[in-house]
Design a protein around this ligand. Structure first.
Ligand SMILES: NC(=O)c1ccc[n+]([C@@H]2O[C@H](COP(=O)([O-])OP(=O)(O)OC[C@H]3O[C@@H](n4cnc5c(N)ncnc54)[C@H](OP(=O)(O)O)[C@@H]3O)[C@@H](O)[C@H]2O)c1
Length: 282
């Protein structure tokens, strides 16, 4: 996400991008030092501790990065009068609602990662200021390991695949999420802090429509530009409990993104359309 944002946000003005170890989110003074040195108008935070299973064994680190560091970013933004754009996750929900979650639904995270991301959201909202939190879901990019690259890899190694059919959400192409974030900021770019103040809040932004990992995997195999390399003959649906993991995951955590569309006139395209494009160009 950070890489895609660096690319998509570049036309909006001077962009200064940092990654570990230039900035270490475990060290508040590292965050404060860089922000005070650069005096940004807007801070866009794509960093996070995203190892969902490892977080169960390292709750302190997950909370420090996804909660504590986000609070520090929000404090610095507030002190400087800067805007803050931050990303959060569908994993703040428990997945039992039975239909897509809206922004006013009560978050009940099932795992440490979700708890730590919720702590980050709450830190920003409690401090106030000029912020936008974008909750997204099942983000993929062919530039790095993700569900899409895993399925492509399995399809080259195994004749039979089993993929869970009971986890449902919105696959989201990272590039479109980054480009839509840039378009969002361009709407208010004349006076970005005042604009962010006016529209501050929490919004859901993910690929349009929901699907299961099983259906997503089938679409990945269908759109694979090197289909001739696939050895997979059959793909079976499985259930989450067939593949025990350290962290519990929400089963139906799809996000409804109508508020974002009604407010800003932007939405991500249907997930299958985006996947086809991602697999054609990346
Ligand atoms: N991926 C998904 O499916 C998904 C779904 C919903 C929401 N989100 C949210 O979307 C945002 C972007 O996620 P992503 O998929 O791009 O995650 P990612 O690929 O794991 O990237 C996270 C970034 O944070 C950096 N980082 C981690 N610990 C750091 C530290 N202590 N100091 C400085 N940098 C540190 C990482 O640096 P290194 O590479 O050097 O470790 C990496 O560049 C996150 O807020 C995530 O919670 C993601």
């Amino acid at each position: 996400m950070g890489w895609e944002l660096e690319r998509s946000l570049a036309p909006l003005g001077e962009l200064i991008a940092y990654d570990y170890p230039d900035i270490d989110l475990r060290k508040p003074e590292s965050i404060r030092g860089l922000i005070q040195k650069n005096h940004p108008e807007v801070i866009v935070n794509a960093t996070a501790y995203t190892a969902v299973d490892r977080a169960e064994e390292e709750p302190g680190i997950a909370m420090a990065i996804n909660g504590g560091a986000v609070a520090t970013l929000a404090e610095e933004a507030l002190d400087l009068g800067a805007g803050l754009v931050h990303f959060s996750t569908d994993y703040v929900f428990d997945g039992i609602k039975g239909e897509p979650y809206v922004e006013t639904d009560l978050p009940v995270p099932l795992n440490v990662y979700g708890q730590s991301k919720l702590a980050g959201e709450e830190a920003i909202r409690n401090l106030g200021g000029a912020y936008i939190i974008l909750r997204t879901s099942w983000v993929y990019s062919l530039r790095r390991d993700c569900f899409v690259t895993k399925v492509l890899d399995w399809a080259r190694k195994h004749q039979t695949l089993r993929v869970v059919d009971d986890q449902v959400s919105n696959p989201t192409w990272c590039r479109m999420l980054a480009e839509t974030t840039a378009q969002l900021l361009s709407i208010g770019s004349k006076d970005i802090t005042a604009w962010l103040h006016e529209f501050k809040g929490l919004y859901h932004l993910a690929g349009d429509g929901e699907t299961s990992r099983f259906e997503w995997a089938k679409a990945i195999l269908r759109f694979d530009p090197q289909k001739e390399e696939q050895v997979t003959k059959v793909i079976h649906p499985a259930i989450t409990s067939d593949f025990p993991t350290l962290a519990r995951r929400p089963l139906h955590s799809a996000l409804a993104c109508d508020l974002f569309f009604e407010t800003f006139g932007l939405r991500l395209p249907p997930w299958e359309q985006a996947l086809k494009l991602a697999m054609a160009v990346e």
